[in-house]
Design a binder for this molecule. Sequence first.
Ligand SMILES: Cc1cc2nc3c(=O)[nH]c(=O)nc-3n(C[C@H](O)[C@H](O)[C@H](O)COP(=O)(O)OP(=O)(O)OC[C@H]3O[C@@H](n4cnc5c(N)ncnc54)[C@H](O)[C@@H]3O)c2cc1C
Length: 179
Amino acid sequence: LIKENTTQMYNVPGKAVMLNAYNKTDIVLCFSYEKEIPYDYRDEKQQRNIISEQFTGQGWRTPELLEEVSQSKTFYFDKINQIKMPSWTKGRVALVGDAAYCASPAAGMGGSLAIIGAAALADAFQKHHGNFELAFQDYNESFRPFIEEVQANAVNTLDVLIPKTEESIRKRNTQPDPW
Ligand SMILES: Cc1cc2nc3c(=O)[nH]c(=O)nc-3n(C[C@H](O)[C@H](O)[C@H](O)COP(=O)(O)OP(=O)(O)OC[C@H]3O[C@@H](n4cnc5c(N)ncnc54)[C@H](O)[C@@H]3O)c2cc1C
């Protein structure tokens, strides 16, 4: 759909249409909404309808891209969430990755967080010679500032990806590439 290793993006307030091309082209359709939209996460037809309602009538290449999406066999729909827990451990159980501190795809590093988190936990075990209570306390305390920073950056990235007003779209477009 576009040249390999390039990205193109179209915005109107509260909506983004993005093409990411590598060896194929991903079509990304994002929108923000003030209220929670009820939907059944197993009902793909319903999810396709939500996308169609949100993007039908929009400009740029949106009609052509909606047609592509309607033919797509790899449709994926989700809301952008973050997981925030007061503790990542309970008893002898510790969580790492999305289950503990999902930062959302807007962070662009959820895979890294899962690996870095597992390493942080392993390091804590080594430091405390296998004492799981001390290791868990260390993991909960020392890894938290990093996670909070990554989650806050992801929220800021969303504002850049889906600006809410014309003014913020214009402002975003005059600023250096945030990525
Ligand atoms: C659209 C999208 C784009 C993304 N882009 C990026 C990116 O560019 N870079 C990046 O780093 N990250 C990205 N991420 C995030 C990344 O995929 C996740 O953060 C990462 O996969 C989290 O790893 P995890 O091991 O914690 O969880 P998961 O990868 O979700 O693994 C959990 C596993 O547990 C299994 N499971 C669930 N319940 C049970 C059960 N009851 N019993 C047994 N097994 C179970 C699941 O099937 C799954 O295999 C993206 C995510 C999405 C949705």
